[in-house]
Design a protein around this ligand. Structure first.
Ligand code: CTP
Length: 398
């Protein structure tokens, strides 16, 4: 069971009395749960109950100085792997659909990059109202996942559609990862980050790659059940959950680490910004400055991606291309010349920094292409991984 950090938002509906049970069900399945209540929710269930079952102080205000000092609301939005709102009232859905941020929970939902899941609960007439239905459609279009509502007995002795799903159903739905069977158990090697090419023991040539995209791709692959080894150049990132990481420095080290795994590899994703040139003969001792200028002789490094793609083993290979101009032409050339299955290309330069948290990709394969629009790198990585899975499945079948 994976440990998942869940912010559980509780809004003001009668189904809030089931939230304590939901906390328990989520924790049983390995989740850490931070409860965030709206003012309305406090009319239905007390923070004391929820604190007791979640083992964490409940948050209910943007203006609680002590709680904010312990973990600010933006920090909490980043802490979450998932924001689950159960019950989600019609009013809460309306606020979320229109970007309101007038309390802690709505603010968190706007600030988080984590998936947002709602379990709506309301009277059937409120659910059926065109305004609620339009809000539901808008939220779904933006990627919010709705669980339910179900049909059955409602408050005020009525029945119909509007009932919150049972806590166990909600817990099962959010805690059992939807794994793409095409990637389950597939051995993938991902390279990420820059490399450092030594000039002497204290100096090197490197580049601006942050490794963020590669780490996001490794994480997204692992989420789909792949066995991922990440061969990483020097970066300032935490290792992604469920991924084996091997750190390397130079292009030559990265080459060796990848080739060492060639026999076990089913798939290779080269996101690293591998140096194309390396000092031909790095000095053993620190180079002392002299009066005149200095020349550095550089030698070409070996192309890891091309070597993997032409190894003779049936390895599904995905390359990356960062281009400042003629993106499609360059990307298609790489696809052809390196004999790849797929190339993910992005624009760089003119303020489109390497260290950015968001990215957009144009993905090319023999005979086709698609665009993944600008979004957080993890969101983009997950879309790329679904595309890779679909193509990998097709190749395995065909
Ligand atoms: N790559 C690699 N080993 C190298 C160089 C690049 O595996 N020694 C991989 C990268 O990880 C990336 C792709 O190849 O997936 C980038 O292709 P490349 O042709 O090196 O890109 P550029 O250096 O940008 O190419 P060019 O100078 O031709 O534009």
């Amino acid at each position: 069971m994976t440990s998942k950090r869940i912010v559980l938002g509780i809004t003001g509906g009668i189904a809030a009395y089931k939230s304590a049970d939901l906390v328990r069900r989520l924790r049983e399945r390995g989740a850490e749960v931070q409860v965030v209540m709206t003012a309305g929710a406090r009319e239905f269930i007390t923070p004391t109950t929820l604190q007791a079952v979640s083992h964490r102080p409940v948050r209910d205000s943007l203006w609680d100085a002590a709680a904010e000092a312990a973990m600010g609301h933006i920090e909490l939005a980043r802490w979450a792997d998932l924001v689950l709102v159960a019950p989600a009232t019609a009013n809460f859905m309306a606020k979320l659909a229109h970007g309101a941020a007038d309390d802690l929970l709505t603010t968190l939902c706007l600030a988080t990059k984590a998936p947002v899941v709602l379990a709506p609960a309301m009277n059937w007439a409120m659910w059926e109202h065109p305004a609620t239905q339009a809000n539901k459609d808008l939220l779904e279009e933006r990627g919010v996942r709705l669980l339910g509502p179900g049909e059955g007995a409602l408050a005020e002795s009525e029945s119909g559609v509007g009932r919150m799903l049972e806590p166990i159903e909600i817990a099962e739905a959010v805690m059992s990862p939807r794994i793409d069977p095409a990637l389950r158990g597939v051995e993938v090697v991902v390279t990420a980050g820059p490399t450092r090419e030594p000039i002497d023991p204290v100096r090197f040539i490197s580049n601006r790659s942050s490794g963020k995209m590669g780490y996001a791709v490794a994480r997204a692959l692992a989420e789909q059940g792949a066995k991922v080894t990440l061969i990483s150049g020097p970066v300032a990132l935490a290792p992604p959950a469920g991924v084996k990481v091997q750190y390397v420095e130079s292009a030559a080290d990265m080459y060796d680490a990848v080739i060492h795994r060639l026999e076990q590899m089913d798939m290779f994703v080269g996101t690293a910004a591998v140096a194309d040139y390396s000092p031909a003969s790095p000095a053993v001792t620190k180079i002392k400055k002299e009066k005149g200028s200095m020349e550095l002789s550089l030698a070409r490094t070996r192309d890891i991606l091309a070597t993997v793609a032409s190894s003779g083993r049936p390895i599904f290979t995905v390359g990356f291309a960062a281009e400042t101009n003629d993106l499609e032409t360059h990307a298609r050339n790489k696809l052809r010349s390196k004999k790849l299955d797929m190339v993910a290309a992005n624009w760089v330069g003119e303020g489109r920094g390497f260290d950015a948290d968001s990215n957009a990709l144009q993905v090319f394969w023999p005979g086709g292409s698609t665009e993944i629009p600008q979004d957080d790198k993890l969101v983009v990585a997950r879309r790329l991984v679904s595309l890779i899975a679909a193509h990998y499945r097709r190749r395995q079948e065909g």
